[in-house]
Design a protein around this ligand. Structure first.
Ligand code: APR
Length: 258
């Protein structure tokens, strides 16, 4: 009897193009909280409407900017985990496109290149007024404590307030990133969906589009987030455990194409 992970390793072993679609769950084991996990998720303690919307920024820019500086400090303290590193390993022998909902840079720091950020990035603020991205990083030293209100720096061009370069609720995804993600998703043989609850659209459409385009879809999550079928698999477990196990299984069962 072939186990699910062995069946998935065989699928990937035969695959030429893989999309790795990630959510907050892949960064959880690096110490960065997810959003909707009942006890540990950020939204258990904060109301996203008060922090992740343009109207929240208009109402209290210092609260929102301070919150994002705190989140940057969390990311600065975090290290990529074994799941991020296993994805880099997989990309050494196959065409792997990383499409992430995460605004941290752990994929890049693990060694993934050309990562597609559907929800933007903490690394690059932009002007709330003119939308320009300042050349220099305007960040003060990362702050350790949550809840500090810090006035955002000003845009060097128009003196408008700088805002985090992330996609807030009610805002469109970056068009170029979305287009590249769809192109890769429609052309892949296997899509690994790692650490996402799949409740925030349009990003959550990615695994659906992959399946509709004839790809196999593999969910890696401690929670059963999908129904298994002949083309949909669930590896139940933590990303830092399941992804390295999967990649090492591929290595042992398939001569990895060079
Ligand atoms: N390994 C794998 N998955 C995990 C782990 C882990 N160690 N720990 C938790 N998870 C799973 C949870 O079971 C959950 O399904 O990660 C998922 C996290 O879901 P969310 O917190 O909803 O995060 P995400 O799916 O990335 O949210 C999407 O919502 O708030 C917005 O912009 C934000 O990009 C985010 C989007």
């Amino acid at each position: 009897m072939t186990s699910t992970i062995e069946a998935v390793a065989t699928l990937i072993g035969d695959a030429k193009r893989i999309v790795v679609f990630t959510g907050a769950g892949i960064s959880a084991e690096s110490g960065i909280p997810t959003f909707r996990d009942p006890l540990t998720g950020i939204w258990a303690r904060h109301d996203p409407e008060k922090l992740e919307t343009a109207s929240a920024f208009r109402a209290d820019a210092a609260l929102v900017w301070g919150w994002y500086l705190w989140r940057r400090a969390q990311v600065a303290r975090a290290e990529p985990n074994a799941a991020h590193l296993a994805i880099v390993q997989l990309a050494k022998t196959r065409e792997v496109t990383v499409v992430t909902q995460n605004i941290d840079d752990l994929h890049e720091r693990a060694g993934s290149t050309d990562v597609i950020h559907l929800h933007g990035s903490l690394a690059q603020p932009k002007c709330f007024a003119c939308h320009r991205i300042p050349a220099e990083q305007p960040f003060e030293n990362p702050i350790a404590s949550e809840g500090l209100r810090i006035e955002p720096p000003r845009c060097p061009r128009c003196k408008g307030k700088l805002r985090p370069g992330v996609v807030w609720f009610g805002e469109d995804l970056p068009a170029a990133a979305w287009k590249r993600a769809i192109l890769a998703t429609k052309g892949c043989d296997v899509l690994l969906s790692i650490g996402t609850s799949g409740v925030v659209f349009p990003a959550a459409e990615i695994p659906i589009i992959a399946q509709q385009s004839g790809a196999y879809v593999v969910h890696i999550n401690p929670a059963p987030v999908a129904h298994q079928s002949s083309r949909v698999f669930c590896l139940i477990g933590r990303a830092a455990e399941q992804v390295p196990a999967l990649v090492s299984l591929i290595g042992s069962t398939h001569l990895l194409p060079h």
